[in-house]
Ligand binder design. Structure first.
Ligand code: PAF
Length: 297
């Protein structure tokens, strides 16, 4: 069952049959199961999702698979950090019950012919605008992972806020018997959202990167003080562009539908921006406007 190439106390299942056998055994014993799907290159953000999972389920499985179908040919599939032994060491520090480590041959064997194609939250002009293949790739692989592992609960980071909305819709649409939960974004001490891609930043870019979070908080504070949303967003974009960011989007959306925000629902400020060759994304909640016109969390 365990992949002999990697030594660790955590059972490492490289095949669907292996993970199903383990999960099946837990099910027979009446135990609940949570899945934390990842692409590896784990950091504290992933570990916080694992801790969240451990609080709610008896057994926790982490999947590690760098999914080729969610990368466009011009994206970083080949350079995406792969460090399985380090990931296993990190997971051992939080204690999980199994790692599911399929390879591309297991996930997409010869003759594989199915892609899940989504609209709704997958086509609201955010990540989808610059990453047209991304959500169909994510939806397809996540549906497979959920069918393969069959967890009661699956946890995804809120940092990929649109992805979380897409997965919630996917699970609803396909009647998959699993609860999907978001986990809060973990940040470095200077506010930068943790991401496996932060390793791409040069020293100078790393020093600039926290400005993204600071600008978003500036917009949030301005909204709370009653200033105009379009001018706050314009000013934040200008400020970020002046220090070297190239903005894909900086927008305020309804937190549940990702449509335009009109105030009487929870708002979410979402940003995607390039610093050199690294694309950073982030988002924060900004609350809603109450009947007296005040912003409430
Ligand atoms: O967020 C990620 O790491 C990936 O998009 C996911 C959900 C594991 C699917 O490959």
């Amino acid at each position: 069952m365990s992949d002999p190439a990697f030594s660790h106390a955590i059972p490492c299942c490289p095949t669907v049959a292996a993970i199903r056998a383990l999960v099946g055994q837990w099910r027979q014993e009446g135990q609940t199961i949570a899945l934390v799907p990842t692409m590896g290159a784990l950091h504290e953000g992933h570990l916080s999702l694992v801790r969240q999972a451990k609080q709610q389920a008896k057994r926790v499985v982490v999947s590690i698979f760098v999914n080729p179908t969610q990368f466009a040919p011009n994206e970083d599939f080949s350079s995406y950090p792969r460090q399985l032994q380090r990931d296993l060491d990190l997971l051992a520090t939080v204690g999980i019950d199994a790692v599911f480590t399929p390879d591309a041959g297991v996930m997409y064997p010869a003759g594989f012919s199915t892609t899940i194609s989504m609209v709704g939250p997958a086509t609201v002009g955010l990540e989808d605008a610059s990453r047209p293949v991304f959500f169909n790739g994510v939806a397809t692989v996540v549906a497979k992972l959920l069918i393969q592992v069959a967890p009661d609960l699956a946890i995804f980071g809120e940092k990929d806020f649109q992805q979380l909305a897409v997965i919630k819709q996917l699970v609803l649409d396909l009647d998959l018997p699993v609860t999907v939960q978001g986990g809060p974004t973990m940040r470095e001490a200077d506010g930068l959202a943790m991401s496996s891609r932060n390793v791409y930043l040069s020293t100078a870019e790393r020093a600039l990167a926290p400005r993204l979070y600071r600008s978003m908080n500036g917009v949030k504070d301005g909204i709370a003080a009653g200033q105009s949303v379009p001018s706050l967003i314009r000013a934040a974009k200008t400020e970020l562009e002046q220090v070297g960011f190239t903005i894909d989007y900086l927008v305020l959306r309804d937190a549940s539908t990702l449509a335009e925000w009109h105030g009487r629902s929870q708002g979410r400020l979402l940003v995607a921006a390039w610093l050199g060759k690294t694309r950073l994304i982030d988002n924060i909640g900004i609350g809603y406007v109450d009947l007296d016109g005040h912003i409430k969390e």
